[in-house]
Design a protein around this ligand. Structure first.
Ligand SMILES: Nc1ncnc2c1ncn2[C@@H]1O[C@H](COP(=O)(O)OP(=O)(O)O)[C@@H](O)[C@H]1O
Ligand SMILES: [Mg+2]
Length: 135
């Protein structure tokens, strides 16, 4: 994906060991690509986008974070609804509608995973959680 996002700085923070997850490669790439696209689209050029991989006893957690305007708490649950946009005029201006977070959620859950969002002003973090195998 480095070519697609070469105009932005993407910071990678990953655990120093391999993590084997229960997911389908092509779908995982689609999901990540969409979450990074959102992070890039809804934050400002020069702001850092961070991709983080961590692991708990049950889950591998992939977080995509940006320092854009954030999403109000009242809207955080709605953004996973099909075709929901916080600001339709702004999104239309910044690019054509893409995969959609409702599909991200559907695909993640179809692989036994979960998707969660945390946001406050100037901070958005979307997390994908997948079961992992102990290596
Ligand atoms: N990283 C983000 N920062 C701020 N808002 C976001 C972010 N990701 C998603 N959103 C909001 O959630 C809405 C739904 O996202 P998505 O389904 O990907 O649709 P879109 O095609 O508009 O990107 C977006 O229109 C936007 O309002
Ligand atoms: Mg999008």
């Amino acid at each position: 994906m480095t070519d697609k996002f070469k105009h932005r700085a993407i910071n990678l923070e990953v655990v120093p060991f391999p993590v084997r997850i229960k997911a389908e490669w092509n779908r995982l790439i689609q999901l990540l690509s969409h979450l990074i696209s959102n992070a890039v689209k809804y934050s400002h050029v020069g702001d850092l986008v961070t991709l983080q991989l961590t692991q708990t006893s049950g889950w591998a957690i992939i977080q995509v974070s940006d320092k854009g305007d954030g999403i109000l708490l009242s809207q955080q649950s709605r953004i996973f609804e099909p075709l929901y946009q916080v600001d339709p005029s702004c999104a239309r201006a910044t690019g054509k509608p893409g995969l959609g977070l409702s599909i991200v959620k559907h695909l993640a859950e179809g692989m036994g995973g979960k998707v969660a969002i945390l946001s406050e002003p100037s901070q958005v973090m979307v997390a994908l959680l997948f079961s992992h195998y102990l290596l």
